[in-house]
Design a protein around this ligand. Structure first.
Ligand SMILES: [Ca+2]
Ligand SMILES: [Ca+2]
Length: 181
């Protein structure tokens, strides 16, 4: 007779597990959280393949917003593709005309060269709102998702010290399954 157990672990970040004993153990690690596990990932919401926290009430400067995201093991959002930006923009948490949400976009390292500071990748040209980035007033070094018109999402450069809502993006969770027998 042998006992047969399956154990699932899910984490937004790194973890380590040590199992010893008289059992055989087979393990498997995969990206994401299988829907059948029905695991809550609050305060994050899953949108497409990503996990986001959309802060609708508290207003922060860009750097304050990043600190708030780090407290949760996340970073300000990086939209690597227009598709990702449109998917987040379409989430029902984002409402209200002319609201803006801080992202991790900035050109503080080099004027005019906007990158996602969480991964140093350049912003693609198709994520900007028409006419942006315009560096209005010569001091717009950080980047928001601009809910200007519901059917036309896009990014805007703004002074980093402005107070706005923000969006955090969590690392992709891993699900580790262990079969013990
Ligand atoms: Ca992203
Ligand atoms: Ca601007």
């Amino acid at each position: 007779m042998s006992a047969n157990f399956t154990l699932f672990l899910t984490a937004l970040g790194l973890f380590s597990v040590s199992l010893t004993g008289a059992y055989n153990i087979a393990s498997h690690v995969a990206d994401g959280v299988p829907a059948y596990l029905n695991i809550t990932i609050a305060p994050f919401v899953q949108i497409g393949d990503g996990y986001y926290l959309i802060e609708q009430k508290v207003l922060k400067t860009c750097f304050q917003a990043q600190l708030e995201c780090r407290k949760l093991g996340a970073d300000l959002v990086s939209f690597e593709t227009r598709k990702e930006m449109e998917a987040v923009h379409a989430h029902p948490s984002i409402t209200g005309e002319r609201l803006q949400f801080w992202t991790s976009g900035t050109d503080l390292a080099k004027q005019g060269e906007h990158v996602w500071f969480t991964n140093s990748k350049p912003l693609s040209k198709d994520v900007w709102f028409p006419g942006e980035p315009n560096n209005s007033g010569g001091n717009e070094r950080c980047v928001t998702l601009w809910y200007k018109f519901a059917d036309s999402p896009g990014l805007n450069d703004l002074p980093c010290e402005r107070l706005h809502r923000y969006i955090c993006e969590a690392p992709t969770p891993k699900t580790a399954s262990f079969v013990i027998w």
